[in-house]
Design a protein around this ligand. Structure first.
Ligand code: T46
Length: 137
């Protein structure tokens, strides 16, 4: 699978940088929730789940971390280290986050409110879920 990286147009000038995120413009969905992760220890990995019905745009507004994305057929890795790049993660994509820098602040724009029943936290269940979906295509 390919990581979908979106270049977020900078509106900066000689004073510094500015990135604007707008629903259904440079963010390809209606934004219903924003959250951010920070202070994650370098020896800690997070994620290990997929979402059944959620789109997310993920931006490392500070620092860096490494994403592993898996659509059930293939895995890919991407390092997020640029506040002007957004990683678009569609539904039914298993994600893991590793190697957080001390200053990493990961901001996530999401298409829905928090709902634990939208999570698939078991990898075997994830594979069964996408396997079923692929067989319907
Ligand atoms: C994701 C990655 C990138 C809430 O109560 N509300 C929320 O909006 C969120 C995001 C989480 N929570 C609760 C659920 C757990 O009890 O906060 C706790 C930590 O969440 P989780 O273990 O899912 O965190 P991560 O870092 O593994 O994953 C998070 C997001 O949950 C997830 O949607 O894609 O960041």
């Amino acid at each position: 699978m390919e990581a979908k990286l979106i270049k977020l147009a900078g509106l900066g000038d000689e004073r510094g940088n500015l990135v604007s995120l707008e629903a259904n413009r440079n963010v390809p969905f209606e934004i219903r929730r924003v959250y951010y992760l920070y202070g994650t220890r370098a020896d800690v990995s997070r994620g290990y789940h997929a979402h059944k019905n959620l789109k997310q745009l993920i931006v490392a507004v500070s620092g860096s971390c490494r994403f592993v994305l898996d659509d059930g057929a293939a895995r890919t890795e991407v390092i997020l280290d640029d506040p002007a790049m957004g990683l678009l993660v569609e539904s039914n994509v298993w994600r893991e986050m590793h190697d957080f820098s001390r200053d990493c602040v990961l901001m996530v724009l999401a298409s829905a409110l928090y709902d634990e029943s939208d999570y698939i936290r078991d990898y075997d269940e994830f594979i069964r879920t996408v396997g079923v979906e692929l067989s319907h295509e």
